[in-house]
Design a protein around this ligand. Structure first.
Ligand code: ADP
Length: 193
């Protein structure tokens, strides 16, 4: 199975990504985690990534593609992927689609998890004390939601036009969101496991 989780900060894509990976056997690839791992390294690249993440800005497309492409290619060869947070801009989506087409491993579905901004903000503030993340602070959270709306929002019509968007209400308990995703995937023409 090859899936993309498309969702604003706080919608639960990390949790759902892990669950879907366990359910389907595909590998969970979390863009934010891979970038945070790079950011911990003592290098110019690491410092640039850390600065972008700390401000709640997106990391430049080329850096993201350099970090994510090897992981996606490896997961595709190993049987499938659940992409969490990548692609997140139209140029990333185009580059990812070209690569996937070349390798014959295009997306089965793009799962769009949506919830009202007030719900997302409350969840992010609730988890801020445990997450230890530099971007889980009230002012940065507001900025991340705006960046999402402006830059990642256009991926919703992009995948709708390609006929693979699956919209799921993320403003429900975690188990209900998981159940909704699984039932929608099971109903796709190409059956889920
Ligand atoms: P969230 O979706 O809650 O913001 P993530 O861990 O997915 O959490 O992303 C955190 C940060 O990592 C983003 O604000 C951004 O700086 C960076 N990032 C993650 N994925 C991408 C991407 N595909 N393109 C650019 N930046 C990204």
């Amino acid at each position: 199975m090859r899936l993309l989780l498309l969702a604003p900060p706080g919608a639960g894509k990390g949790t759902q990504g892990e669950r879907l990976a366990a359910w389907s056997g595909a590998r969970h690839i979390a863009a934010g985690d891979l970038l945070r791992a790079q950011a911990r390294g003592d290098s110019a690249l690491g410092r640039e990534i850390a600065a972008c993440q700390g401000r709640g800005d997106l990391v430049p497309d080329q850096i993201v593609l350099d970090v994510l492409t090897p992981a996606v290619v490896e997961a595709a060869a190993a049987g499938g992927y659940i992409l969490d947070g990548f692609p997140r801009t139209l140029p990333q989506a185009t580059a990812a689609a070209e690569l996937a087409a070349r390798l014959g491993v295009t997306l089965d579905a793009a799962i769009y998890l949506h919830a009202p901004d007030a719900v997302l903000t409350r969840r992010l503030l609730d988890r801020a004390s445990q997450s230890g993340r530099s971007d889980d602070k009230a002012d940065v959270i507001g900025h991340r939601l705006r960046v999402y709306a402006e830059t990642t929002g256009p991926l919703v019509p992009y995948y709708t036009e390609r006929g693979i968007l699956v919209a799921v209400n993320a403003d429900q308990p975690l188990d209900s969101v998981t159940a909704d995703i699984q039932s929608r995937l099971s109903a796709l023409p190409r059956p889920a496991p």
